[in-house]
Design a protein around this ligand. Structure first.
Ligand code: PFF
Length: 446
């Protein structure tokens, strides 16, 4: 293992980086669209329940493994293995996580690129560059390829500077701005005609939907994706956290920030949909369903901004800047997984390694852009619906069944003396041993 491992300089830095990873397109795009098409507050309520009861225990498992082993996921699981079989499984799970997260990054960068393209579109339309505006607004291969590359270049630039000077520095700059922008946008949208109908649609629950299995599965999937679980991201960030920190509390704050952000994003997007309705924009598709998914962010909102003249261009710029920042603080955490593994296991230099792996991801990303119809949905489904939950299952098995419980306790006791008498220690070991694997399996079967 490399002797010069990075470490976050402070708890605040860790919180910004970790919540930066968690808070992303999944919160600002995925959550509101899921909530809009699944009964508003019924989805919100189920999502919060899933986040705290199942995703939080899984997050804790990753953070504890990472901090204890001070290694990347592959090295970490190999350290925890107790024999040749568990060692092989550990290596397999670590490597599968690494491949999964690289694939997630390759499609995530395409969406991040769309967000950047729309951000520039707002600028060009503000200064009257109509030809450029039209080029930026049309969903076409050259545009998508260019912006996926730009987005990945930014990601590579930040990650190559290291844990403290890259990831932590940028996360501490960008995350507070993200919150400020989001709140300003909410305040603005609330002043528009129609917004209150959206607030009602979002917050008045349709409880008949809560017990719906489809809704529960979506909420759990949403919580897992949103907390970046299963693929070794949280594990590697945990490995950069100081031993003096109280892990259960810090992990709890991350879940609160993540769900809080999703809640706020819902307060922006769902009222914006109803504002669009009030201004005459079509918000239902031909089948009568609410425009959700890609159509919502890249067609409905731009149409709304367009109808608002100059103010719309400014709001569009700020909104797509918000999306780009959120995507970037997540993408850097994804690239860190394969980079940390390669640097630590092969002893290579960080900057060169980042450029090399980042280029490989860019190549995959471009392959998806050029074969969008065939590959995009396939890669999204394989990574987020199949691979991520399955890897989460194996991580829970590792902590619950393979790793010695006393050693887990000793790790948590660092930074939290007396944890053995806490509510956390009364519940969590049982959860990670039985409830998490079973729930993930149930979700998987669904
Ligand atoms: N949590 C991110 C989001 O909600 O957009 C997505 C993500 C980041 C998934 C990092 C996986 C990951 F490793």
């Amino acid at each position: 293992m490399s002797t010069a491992r990075g470490e976050f300089s402070s708890r605040f830095g860790f919180l910004m980086a970790t919540s930066g990873s968690a808070i992303g397109l999944g919160n600002i795009w995925g959550f509101p669209t899921n909530a809009a098409s699944n009964g508003g507050a019924a989805f919100l309520f189920t999502y919060i329940l899933m986040a705290f009861s199942l995703a939080y225990p899984a997050l804790m498992a990753e953070l504890i493994i990472g901090r204890h082993t001070r290694a990347n996921a592959v090295g970490a699981l190999r350290q925890l293995a107790t024999g040749p079989v568990s060692r092989k499984i550990g290596t397999g799970v670590g490597l599968a996580g690494l491949i999964t997260v690289s694939l997630i990054l390759s499609f995530y960068a395409i969406i991040g690129g769309w967000m950047m393209a729309w951000m520039f579109e707002a600028i060009t339309s503000m200064i009257g560059l109509d030809t450029a505006s039209r080029w930026l607004a049309v969903d076409a291969v050259p545009r998508n390829a260019l912006f996926a590359v730009v987005f990945l270049a930014l990601t590579i630039y930040i990650v190559s500077a290291g844990v403290r000077n890259g990831i932590e520095k940028w996360a501490t700059r960008l995350m507070p701005s993200l919150l400020v922008i989001l709140i300003l946008l909410i305040i603005y949208v609330f002043t528009l005609n129609g917004a209150m109908a959206g607030v009602r649609a979002y917050l008045v629950p349709d409880f008949s939907r809560v017990a719906n299995t489809g809704l529960i599965v979506s909420a759990l999937g949403q919580a897992f994706f949103s907390l970046s679980l299963g693929v070794g991201t949280m594990l590697i960030y945990g490995s950069y956290l100081s031993s003096n920190e109280n892990l259960p509390q810090t992990g709890g704050i991350v879940v609160m920030l993540d769900t809080g952000f999703s809640f706020l994003a819902g307060l922006l997007i769902i009222p914006a949909i109803y504002v669009a309705l009030a201004t005459g924009v079509q918000i239902y598709d031909d089948a009568g369903a609410l425009v959700a998914g890609p159509g919502l962010i890249v067609s409905l909102l731009p149409t709304l901004f367009d109808s608002m003249g100059l103010a719309g261009a400014v709001v569009g710029l700020v909104f797509f800047a918000l999306m780009t920042i959120a995507a970037l603080t997540s993408s850097i955490s994804m690239l860190e997984v394969p980079v940390a593994y390669t640097v630590e296991s092969l002893g290579t230099e960080r900057r060169k390694t980042t450029i090399l792996i980042g280029s490989a991801v860019t190549f995959i990303s471009l392959t998806i852009v050029f074969n969008f119809g065939v590959l995009f949905d396939l890669v999204v489904t394989l990574t987020t619906e199949y691979s991520q939950p399955l890897l989460g299952f194996f991580l829970a098995i590792f902590v619950g069944w393979i790793w010695n419980r006393n050693s887990v306790l000793q790790e948590v006791q660092k930074g939290y003396a007396g944890v053995e008498h806490s509510l956390f220690w009364k519940i969590w070991p049982f959860y990670i041993r039985y409830i998490c694997p079973l729930a993930i399996l149930a979700m998987y079967v669904q």
